[in-house]
Design a protein around this ligand. Structure first.
Ligand code: GLY
Length: 386
């Protein structure tokens, strides 16, 4: 790229790439800096699109944003699959929340009563109804509920598709780490660097370790499971995410640690909970055990918007447990902020100003497109680029 970019995105995970795609599609000149695109939290993530089963006590604003983003997912997935020409592993069968023992069911039921109280779509099922929907569940599972709007996508396929779509729209990937924002030359810089945002911006983003397993059905068959299972099993919380290609993702620990070692104890606990809930999983191959670092924040909500006192710098980070589900809404709102300079009211609860102790008006310098949108002809594009 010969001229100064309009937008530099730091971080090529789902959030950074989706912002790059959206901005490039609006005719902006975009570069994305990352030494290893897609190698952060999303590489480990299971890809649950779970606005209901992940709605927790006291997180009202976040729950609203999760619902908003989940509502954008069907359109986002269709548009991206079309743009990239690939299958994202997007599945809409829904999620079953289940409790193994009476105590587990009581814990799960307390949370879904809260979720129902917010008007979220989750419906308790009798044990027979549960097994009708998912016969692979252990007979001793005591009960559960269905959240039909909690879906899934394969984050590794998602990242690959976003990279293709962003590059096709004109974004340029620059393989390299950004040590200081001062080294980035662009009209607007978007920091979408996950945990790396802390060192670049001083924002309170901390690593929250998650260990995750990937099992594989014998003989390359599809897993018996159809639904995403969010289970409570003898006090352990576990989720099982079945893919059509035979993989079942089993997650995840939540640890206040910054290393990415896989520990025997975590593997043991995850597998025990998984096999207690779905006994057939004992026959599956243990294909992968990995650990990633979620970008956590003090209130568990993302940090989105203009950095006070740092003209031209926007944050899109701190997505913690929700990076994949929040990708569409984050990309849409940050792109709109870049293009118009005006923050959508949806961003108000998530501004960096809530942590920086300095008031910002949330505005950013509006960046007008200086090149044609990518749907114009190549010759037209060549003429306009300088
Ligand atoms: N979203 C699930 C997790 O972070 O473990």
């Amino acid at each position: 790229m010969l001229t100064r970019p309009d937008v530099a995105v730091v971080g090529a995970g789902p959030v950074g790439l989706a912002i790059a795609w959206r901005c490039a599609a609006r005719g902006l000149r975009v570069v994305v800096h990352d030494p290893a695109p897609g190698s952060g939290a999303s590489h480990v993530a299971a890809g649950m699109l779970s606005p209901v089963a992940e709605a927790y006590f006291g997180e009202h604003e976040l729950t609203g944003l999760l619902a908003e983003s989940a509502a954008r997912w069907p359109g986002f997935a269709a548009e991206l699959a079309e743009a990239a020409g690939t299958d994202l592993g997007y599945r809409t069968e829904g999620t079953l929340v289940v409790g193994l023992t009476g105590d587990d069911l009581a814990e799960a039921g307390r949370l879904w009563s809260y979720q129902q109280g917010l008007g979220l779509p989750i419906t308790p099922l009798r044990p027979s109804q549960l097994r009708e929907r998912e016969p692979a569940l252990a007979p001793r599972v005591r009960g559960g509920a269905v959240a039909p709007g909690d879906h899934q996508v394969d984050p590794r396929r998602l990242v690959a598709a976003l990279r293709t779509a962003a590059e096709q729209a004109g974004a340029v990937l620059v393989p390299g780490a950004v040590a200081r924002l001062a080294d980035v030359d662009a009209r607007v810089t978007v920091v979408a660097a996950g945990c790396g945002a802390a060192a670049l911006t001083g924002l309170p983003v901390r690593p929250v370790k998650g260990q995750v397993l990937r099992l594989r059905a014998p003989g390359g068959a599809a897993p018996e499971l159809r639904y995403v299972i969010r289970g409570y099993a003898d006090g352990e919380s576990v989720y099982l995410v079945p893919r059509t290609d035979g993989e079942v993702v089993v997650g995840a620990t939540v640890e206040e640690r910054a290393d990415t070692e896989v520990t025997a104890g975590a593997v043991l606990r995850l597998l025990r909970a998984a096999v207690d809930l779905v006994p057939d999983l004992a026959e599956y191959e243990l294909a992968e055990a990995s650990a990633g670092l979620r970008p956590g924040t003090p209130d568990n909500a993302p940090i989105l918007g203009a950095l006070p006192g740092r003209p031209g710098v926007l944050a899109a980070t701190g997505h913690h447990r929700h990076g994949v589900v929040l990708t569409p809404v984050t990309a849409d709102l940050i792109t709109e902020l870049v293009v118009t300079g005006v923050a959508d009211p949806l961003l108000a609860p998530f501004t960096p100003a809530r942590f920086t102790g300095r008031d910002g008006d949330g505005r950013a310098p509006a960046v007008e497109a200086r090149r044609p949108r990518p749907d114009r002809s190549a010759s037209e594009e060549e003429r306009t680029w300088s």
